[in-house]
Every structure is written in structure tokens, then in C-alpha cells.
Design a protein around this ligand. Structure first.
Ligand code: 2P0
Length: 334
């Protein structure tokens, strides 16, 4: 059967940042997380991806920000597109153009928005109509955090138990009315990542003496995050969000060899966030597998938090974000 999709399918997806972190897999081939996680989708960090079928091509082609991608990125992308080709019963190659409004090399969550947009655009190009759960399972195969970017607002990733991964997907968290905003405080001098997330979490799982304790804590943290957000209780929100971040990093630091993502500016920014909170501002921090700090706050306090973080030595241009929407098809590239 040959696919009869759209001529060009274009999708957009936002990055997300976890309040309760994902760090460890129960299985690598299907990319199954060892524990769940909770995130907020971020409107300001966005990827657009256009996909067209190229029956005349023998290979997929791809550009990111108008540059041809490396062999390694193309191979990873083609393996991902193969999953959708298999579903559609097609062997047709595709041409992919992807753009982001944030620097993908900066270590911000580009794989989350990238694979979420790709899942939506490629499945539409091949004429498949997949629901959010199926798209989340698909996006997870590209990158664990991408499963969460299928949905907007607050999102929960479920680790699942099945070996085939059919219960390892994200779902939106309905009914949380707390107004939430974020400020990204990038480390100005971030070079390439010391070690990528996939490799870093595997090294942690294999060698960190804290790994089992970390995994055992995640479900407790997920419940506490949901209940403290529901109560709009910032002391409790900060305790669980900063606790999950610091435990993830402590776990990685305890690997052999130890993995350290923080830079000096990361620690300085943490102290600024805590000082603001002690002064009564509803704010807390998290840090992913890199040196950039992200502060969660309420929209009324976003400018104050952004101003304070932009004065931290070693922090580059801060990015203010509100809560973003889920991945979806759009009419044209920006
Ligand atoms: C998170 N991170 O919860 C955690 C916190 C980074 C630190 O999910 O191996 O690039 O592709 O499934 O999605 C980054 O991990 O990892 C991540 P893979 P991914 O956001």
C-alpha cells in the first residue's frame, strides 16, 4: 500500500521543562523510562517542522535551521521516520525542514520539541490519523522528554510496566489552575554538553550508588508536586521541584565517573532564586542535563525574576515563557 498523505505536512511543538525529573530507563530499545515525570510545556521555546514525501529520493533529507544535518542526526531521524513508515506500510523517503526559535546547540530541550513536531508532521504526511496517546508513544521512541511535548500545560509521563511500551506515554494534567510562567537563564558560556542525557542516565543507572533510592523517590515526588500545585503552596512546590532537580544531579554526580552539569553561573542563579523566595516571591528553580537554570514563577512575578536572573554573572540573555500548547499541525512555516 502506498501512503496518500498531504503534499506538505507542517507541525509545531514546544519544548517542556520537567518539575519532577526523568533520569533513567527501564529499557533502552523502546526507550522506556524507569519512572514517571511531570513537566510544563513552554510557549517560548518552539520548533516548526515541515515534511514532504519524496518518492524520487532513495534517502531521507533533513535541514535544521537551513543547514543540512550530520550523518548521525540523519540516521537517528530516519530510524524514527521508519517507525511511521512501518505503520503506514510505506517505504517512501521524506524531506524534512526544521526550525527552532531558540539555539538548538545551547542544550535547551530541542529534542523534546523536535521529535514531538516530527511525530505529528510525519504521521500526517503519511496519511495517518493518530490520537495524542499514540503520538506520545511515538515521540517517546525519538526522545523520552518528547512524549511530554505532545501535550500543552502541565503534563505527566507514565513509566508503564508493559515490555512493549504501550503504557509508557504522557497525559495532560487537567484542572490545575495555578498560573505558571518560566524564566530560562542560560549559561552564557555553555559549550557542547559534557555528556548527553541518554548516555548520562545510563552511566548513572549502571554506576551510581544512589540510583535505586532516586527511582524510589520519583512516585512520591510526582504525588507531592500535583498536590502542592493544586494547593498553590509555593513552599511545598519549591521543596519538591528543587528537591527532584538536586536529587537527579546528586545521583548523576555520584556516578563513576561523576557527571557534573552545573557551572558557576548555575549555582549563583540558584542562590538568587532562593533569595527571591525568602523575600516572598513565589519562585523555584530546576536545571536539566546542562548548566542552564529555569525558574518557575507566577506571571505577575515573571519580570522581577527575569531582571534578577539577568544580573547573575555568567548568565546570558534570559527568556521569558508562559505555558505552551500541545504539538499540532499548522498551515505554514514561520
Ligand atoms: C527531564 N531530561 O525530565 C530530564 C531532566 C534531562 C534532565 O528528559 O534518552 O533527551 O532521548 O529519552 O529526552 C532529557 O532526556 O532523553 C530529559 P532520551 P531526553 O526533562
Amino acid at each position: 500500500m502506498e501512503a496518500k498523505g498531504s503534499d506538505v505536512a507542517i507541525a509545531t511543538a514546544c519544548a517542556n521543562i520537567a518539575l519532577v525529573k526523568y533520569w533513567g530507563k527501564r529499557e533502552g530499545k523502546l526507550n522506556l523510562p524507569a519512572a514517571g515525570s511531570v513537566s510544563l510545556t513552554l510557549d517560548a521555546l518552539r520548533t516548526w517542522t515541515s515534511v514532504s514525501l519524496s518518492p524520487e529520493h532513495r534517502q531521507d533529507v533533513m535541514t535544521i535551521d537551513d543547514q543540512a544535518v550530520s550523518e548521525a542526526v540523519l540516521a537517528r531521524t530516519s530510524r524514527f521516520v521508519d517507525l511511521i513508515r512501518d505503520l503506514a506500510g510505506s517505504k517512501t523517503r521524506v524531506s524534512i525542514r526544521s526550525k527552532s526559535n531558540f539555539p538548538t546547540a545551547a542544550g535547551l530541550a530541542s529534542s523534546a520539541s523536535g521529535f514531538a513536531a516530527l511525530a505529528v508532521a510525519v504521521s500526517d504526511a503519511f496519511g495517518l490519523s493518530l490520537d495524542g496517546q499514540a503520538l506520545s508513544i511515538l515521540a517517546r521512541r525519538g526522545s523520552g522528554s518528547a512524549a511530554r511535548s505532545i501535550f500543552g500545560g502541565f503534563v505527566r509521563m507514565h513509566a508503564g510496566e508493559r515490555a512493549d511500551g504501550t503504557d509508557a506515554f504522557a497525559t495532560p494534567i487537567p484542572g490545575l489552575s495555578i498560573p505558571m510562567a518560566a524564566v530560562v537563564a542560560p549559561a552564557a558560556k555553555a559549550g557542547p554538553k559534557a555528556i548527553g542525557s541518554t548516555e548520562g542516565m545510563e552511566q548513572t543507572r549502571m554506576t551510581s550508588p544512589y540510583y535505586d533510592a532516586w527511582i524510589a523517590q520519583v512516585d512520591i515526588d510526582i504525588e507531592e508536586s500535583l498536590s502542592s500545585l493544586e494547593a498553590r503552596d509555593w513552599d511545598r512546590i519549591a521543596q519538591v521541584v528543587e528537591g527532584s532537580c538536586l536529587a537527579m544531579h546528586a545521583n548523576a554526580m555520584a556516578a563513576r565517573p561523576g557527571i557534573v552539569y552545573f557551572q558557576g553561573s548555575t549555582l549563583l542563579a540558584m542562590n538568587v532564586v532562593r533569595s527571591l523566595r525568602h523575600a516572598g516571591v513565589p519562585v523555584c528553580f530546576t536545571v536539566d542535563a546542562g548548566p542552564h537554570l529555569v525558574a518557575f514563577t507566577e506571571p505577575d512575578y515573571q519580570d522581577r525574576v527575569a531582571n534578577a536572573l539577568s544580573q547573575v554573572p555568567g548568565v546570558g540573555d534570559v527568556i521569558k515563557s508562559s505555558s505552551g500548547e500541545g504539538a499540532h499541525l499548522v498551515g505554514r512555516m514561520p
